[in-house]
Design a protein. Sequence first.
Length: 270
Amino acid sequence: MDKIQRNERIAVLLKMLSDSPGKLFTLGSFTELFGSAKSTISEDIDIVQKLMARFEMGLIETVPGASGGVRFVPFVGKNSIQEVTQSLCAELSRKERILPGGYLYMQDVIYDPQKVSQIGRIFSAQFYPKGVDYVITVETKGIPLAYITAQYLNVPLVIARHYNEATDGPSVNINYVSGSSKKIQTMVLSLKSIKRNSRILFIDDFMKAGGTAKGIIELAKEFESEVVGIGVLIGTVEPAKKLVDDYFSLLTLHSVDEENGIIDIRPSNF
């Protein structure tokens, strides 16, 4: 095997670490892979660490000790978040997005791979410290956001549905009250989906009163598990009192003036 140059090692290190957030890599595993001394690999990692910090791509955390190593921690700087949220607000405030009844059309945004990737990076950085075991969402519009967040966190995605399928096997069904419409709805999740005593992150595209999030919390209890975080792309100002107290919304929808074609949507304060 030809000698691997430093720039080649750094490229591989960047790829391996960023593809597996939270995974601990020992220096020994890299010395074996590259056929280089530990001191050389340490210098390479130092370069990667500085590059990621400089360009706000993430953090490289060093774990000391015989069983230690390095791992990638998702991180998004304030400047990057501001750039993403301002761009999303400009896109979502166009009057052409107003639908009858004062609803907001946003499917092109939540199905855009580039935009979803940016949002998922922010969610993953926000909730990484929570030690998440699963990302969960409810079909269907929240799936792209939840999927990319799960990918960045390197954990499984779980999707709750409104009906049961034969291929699910035994399932847990709960009824919950939608916070906005006050209608009773059903949430279904296979018993094989989540291990007991897990830490769960709920991701969705929109929150008005928080009924769905509350339902997810109740569903998690059936698995003796805990919802340790709630992340939504857009939260509404009204009602001010939600059914859940602790959640993170990237954007806040203040109002939709259907008559005058004005959408007041702003980056959230966090």
